[in-house]
Design a protein around this ligand. Structure first.
Ligand code: SAM
Length: 233
């Protein structure tokens, strides 16, 4: 049971996100709550609980956690040129679009069946190239086009929304970071951040956790910023 992007009952808005001196135009859901109500009313109870979680419209919103990564990308700016970057659970893929504009070779990934079509629209809207999309579900083996240990940076924003996710998400950093590579994982401050630290130890990664302020017109948020290093040796 899959709806095409055109057949979804959602309402869309074209938003403009500022990233340093860049403006990024994004087709995004008008409201996450409204989209959820419309989707679940449309489904009328069809589909398992797992299916309903997998098709949640959370992919179609710009979350504060991804703005924290965008701010950090802007700080490092031209250092990104030529770097191999992977974004996990990209949703609207704002960090990927920004990194691609700095000259990075970016692969944006998600498991949601609407993420690719929406990214294609948003790439055209922003005249961005140098960015490819691949379907990647963290519960599945990695597809061959997403190379294990193949990325200088791995980004993941607001992907710890359920208790079982710290292990699954940290395992992706271990799978895809190159030796010496650095990952950025951001979260609004969920209760299971301790599980993230424990998972980092299990996967022999070095974690450093900070809280950063994300400021946008009319809005201020504190976001947990977790830097993840894969040792060289
Ligand atoms: C809260 S949204 C965050 C979207 C985006 N990173 C942001 O911050 O704006 C969580 C994202 O994780 C994706 N996701 C959830 N479970 C996943 C899984 N098992 N494998 C890959 N992506 C997943 C969802 O489809 C969604 O796009």
């Amino acid at each position: 049971m899959q709806l095409s992007l055109e057949d979804t009952p959602y309402s869309w808005t074209l938003r403009v996100e500022e990233a340093g001196d860049q403006s990024v135009r994004l087709h995004a859901l008008t409201s996450f709550e409204d989209a959820s109500d419309r989707l679940y009313r449309h489904l009328q109870g069809r589909g398992s609980a797992g299916y309903r979680q997998d098709i949640s419209p959370m992919f179609g919103v710009i979350w504060g956690s991804c703005r924290a990564v965008v701010d950090r990308l802007v700080e490092v700016g031209d250092e990104l040129d030529g770097q191999r970057i992977l974004e996990l659970g990209c949703g609207l893929a704002l960090p990927s679009l920004v990194a691609a504009r700095y000259g990075a070779e970016v692969m944006a990934t998600d498991m949601h069946h609407h993420a690719e079509a929406l990214l294609a629209k948003n790439m055209v809207e922003n005249d961005v190239s140098g960015l490819v999309y691949s379907n990647l579900d963290w519960r599945e083996p990695a597809p061959s086009q997403v190379p294990l240990g193949g990325f200088d940076r791995v980004l993941a924003c607001d992907v710890l929304f359920a208790y079982e996710l710290p292990e699954l998400v940290i395992a992706q950093f271990a799978r895809f970071l190159a030796p010496g590579g650095v990952g950025w994982l951001t979260d609004p401050g969920r209760a299971w951040l301790d599980e993230v630290v424990a998972a980092g130890e299990r996967h022999h990664l070095i974690l450093n956790i900070d809280v950063v302020e994300v400021i946008r017109p009319g809005k201020q948020e504190d976001i947990y910023f977790i830097e993840i290093r894969r040792p060289k040796g």
